[in-house]
Design a protein around this ligand. Sequence first.
Ligand code: ZN
Length: 607
Amino acid sequence: MKSLTVYLLTNLIVGFVTAQNIRYDISFPNAVHHEAEISLTVKNAKAGPAIFRMSRSSPGRYATHEFGKNIYALTAWDKAGKQLEITRTDADVYEVARHSGFIKVRYTLFGYYADGTYASVDETGAHLNMPATLLWMKGMEKDSSLIEVNFSLPESKNWTIATQLKPAARPNLFTAPGMQYLMDSPVKIGKLKYQQWQLQNPDGKPYSIRLALDAAATEEQAKDFAVKIKNITRQAQAVYGETPVYDYGTYTFLVSINPYVYGDGMEHRNSTMITLPEVFNGSNDELEAFSHEFFHCWNVERIRPKSLEPFNFEKSNMSSELWLAEGFTQYYGDLLMKRCGYYSNEAWFGAVSRYINAKEAVPGGKEYSPVDNSRNAVFVDAGVAVDKTNYPNHFSSYYPYGAAIALALDLTLRDSFNSSLDDFMRLLWKKHGKPEKPYTVADVQKALTELTGSAAFAAGFFNRYIYGHESFDYAAALAKAGFVLKNVNAGKAWLGNAKFTDGLKIAGPTVKNTPLYNGGLDVGDEIISIEGKSIATPDELSAAIAAYQPGKEITLSYKHNGDTKTVKLVLGQSPFFSIATFESEGKEIDSKVANFRENWWGNKIKE
Ligand SMILES: [Zn+2]
């Protein structure tokens, strides 16, 4: 009895303190024209001007965006339904200068881009990433008071709502413990097909994993597809030994596989938004994004870089750690596909080759560190600009580059420390993920010292490959697993890795240390002849080059801004690598190599 009194009292006090001050109401009266009507109601607003704004960044997307461009027709109202003056003080900022604590701001949202960042509304449903959808009041970003989100759905449509937001007592009403969680919680509305399974942790606690699928699939196809995804979730769980404690007990895959979306995968704390622009077929080819995104519920959502906390919604957070947060996730996305048996050997070896090339064959990897490259994410992660960039000469994506670091570390730990990257991820989970203690690069180096027992090794690895950009000896490391590292097209002449438009017009900046670059050609130049012989297509160019050996000096003519120029340039050899098994090279493998491979990419689920 006593405890009940205490409970009731506590409940009343808590109820009073967290009185619901913020509520969103979202409806779709003009879905056919891609509009949503949204209102934000603030009760008990502080005295003085209230500032409302749209976000310029979105959790998981590392570049800056301008979501303010797609809201309009703003009005503000008081409790009695009397209009308040609302002033636009900046492109995406609005002010209600005079109010008496109750403010309701209404606006129209236009959305026609279904991916992991933006919003889309139409007659088939709504696809809402919250920063692209919700106006917010300054101060909310630091407040963890409960926020209500209410949806009014058209009655005739049989739509349902899938989200990581907490369902409230009545349908279509959800809550979020503050704006940081709300903005991390995308919402998918439509005719969704649901599948659900459970993952059991060693402590006996089960967690529900849900698939909410928007695709032209039968129930049977959705069920079969879910069985495959379940396998991925179990392989990922096996790396860490347990799943995170999902808030509200459930993790949700919000998935659109149809030709009307844009390709993307975006991780969130207890869900992911996956959009594949193709007709659903349920094949293994459609699973890669699931593997990558699910691994994120440990690596980045809970093993979290300090630089991403708290999330800044007014500009993107710069992070030095995306080589780990994204690159290691890229590596595991592919590795889990292999462990599940969803990748052929060719697909897996192709992925490994791409990692190595991102680090060892392009200027962004050879001359810039993973830390440097991570810091460029604010420009490159779906960042949109009209002017051209010189990324081919100073940037290599932290996805494959980070995966190249993961590969180097995994092979080294397996060969020299009787350990593996799985062990390292499990240690990071124990030290930083499970206790939700955000990390810095220095913390990761400390963890590597702890795992290997060698501060000298950890310092050497970080100084050479994380803060630095030294070349890693992949040939030696891969030999332990029975692979040879080969130069692509060895012994064949090569002009450079240029892409062409309109015949032979160079489409992007030429790359340092390639014959085209050394010959003075660059973006916009159009190749017209080699050794006096006219050529007009990429195929004709390849055929002409194939007649020579690397090292041969040739005469090449091209057009630059209307002028014809002729240069002499020395043909080179492709810097790109591929890997091949010892067996395919006619070499036997012993049981040690076979075991190395099995431990590396064999099935980790013990039935
Ligand atoms: Zn990712």
